[in-house]
Ligand binder design. Structure first.
Ligand SMILES: Cc1cc2nc3c(=O)[nH]c(=O)nc-3n(C[C@H](O)[C@H](O)[C@H](O)COP(=O)(O)O)c2cc1C
Length: 335
């Protein structure tokens, strides 16, 4: 039995990767994840704002989390060695890259072209095995078209990919008019991998105080279908690695993403909710499932249920949607 896989050209012992989160913000956190069996870790993002306002993003995330729900207090770890600011971030990355046997992937979220390329170079020099571009900006100007938004993103990816030698992955939100076209363009621009998908900040309104409440709730397996569909639709169409992200709660979601064609799966919420040891439980569950179903390797199941070989898949998706709707016709509903 082998669980081995490759991601961005990196050989990994198995396909379960710790996604960027507060758990991967510190050297100790990343060490714990390696001890728990993570095949690779994506360090918490370096945000360009960290230069101007020390540590905005991490402070924001921790604040959001502790506001968000009762369980939040328990899922934010103590961060004794978390060193804020860019130099601290780079130092943590350098130490983690030296100390860990598994690849440490750096993550970057910039706002200016210079920020993206300059910091990508710094992350590479600090030892990152690869760089994940966390493309997270919300276009709010009605004068800026979708194609302009896409052009800017592609430019960033092109510039970063031309600047560093390590592989570059792009972590996307799911809101593009044509995900296949945008994905193909990203690969053309130099992306060696796509991470589908990031989750967005989820504000709400408190009707008692009329305050806008900040929250970043943890995901559940109910979030799986969106990423699952796009992994299945894209997996054989793109000459790049695919990482599935969102809703990986147990080995069940890991297996589903692999069947859809993912090279690796990334998990954050489940580890925050259940603790880092949960990673080992997922890996064991994957191994048990493969054994029980007579498969010798992860490669043997990868893409078995991808949708790229299905003819007229767009028509099929519509037909299935319409058929699913009929389940809710009056008379069919369970009272
Ligand atoms: C508290 C928290 C902090 C996060 N920090 C980052 C980050 O620094 N960079 C990033 O790209 N994604 C970040 N994410 C997103 C996760 O890496 C992941 O893509 C997303 O949560 C979906 O995976 P999940 O369903 O397993 O949580 C964060 C998520 C959470 C919940």
């Amino acid at each position: 039995m082998t669980l081995a896989t490759r991601y961005l050209g990196l050989p990994l012992a198995h396909p379960i990767v710790a996604a960027a989160s507060p758990l991967t913000a510190t050297l100790d956190g990343m060490r714990e994840l390696e001890d728990a069996g993570a095949a690779a870790v994506v360090m918490a993002s370096l945000y360009e704002e960290q230069i101007r306002a020390e540590d905005t993003a991490y402070a924001l995330y921790t604040e959001l989390g502790s506001d968000s729900q009762a369980e939040a207090g328990s899922y934010f770890p103590e961060l004794p060695d978390y060193d804020s600011g860019v130099s601290g971030h780079l130092e943590t990355l350098r130490r983690a890259s030296e100390a860990l046997d598994v690849p440490v992937i750096a993550s970057l979220n910039g706002t200016t072209a210079a920020g993206w390329t300059g910091h990508a170079r710094a992350l590479e020099q600090a030892g990152a095995a690869a760089i994940e571009l966390n493309i997270y900006s919300v276009p709010v100007d009605p004068a800026v078209s979708g194609s302009e938004v896409e052009r800017r993103i592609l430019e960033i990816v092109r510039e970063v990919a031309a600047t560093v030698r390590v592989p570059v992955a792009v972590k996307l939100v799911p809101y593009f008019s044509s995900m296949p076209h945008m994905s193909a363009e990203l690969v053309r621009a130099g992306a060696g991998g796509l991470v589908l998908f990031n989750r967005l900040y989820a504000p709400d309104i408190d009707l008692t105080t009329l305050q806008v409440t900040r929250s970043l709730p943890l995901s559940s397996a109910a979030e799986l279908p969106l990423s699952l569909v796009w992994i299945a639709l894209l997996s054989r169409r793109l000459a790049c690695s695919l990482a599935a992200s969102r809703g990986v709660e147990s080995h069940v979601e890991v297996v589903k993403y692999l069947l859809a064609g993912a090279d690796v799966v990334m998990t954050a919420s489940a580890l925050l909710r259940y603790g880092v040891r949960h990673l080992a439980t997922m890996r064991e569950g994957l191994e048990r499932w493969l054994e029980a179903n007579g498969y010798e390797s992860v490669d043997a199941i990868r893409g078995l249920k991808d949708a790229t070989h299905v003819e007229h898949v767009d028509a099929l998706l519509r037909a299935q949607y319409v058929a699913a709707l009929t389940e809710y016709l009056p008379g069919k509903l369970v009272q």
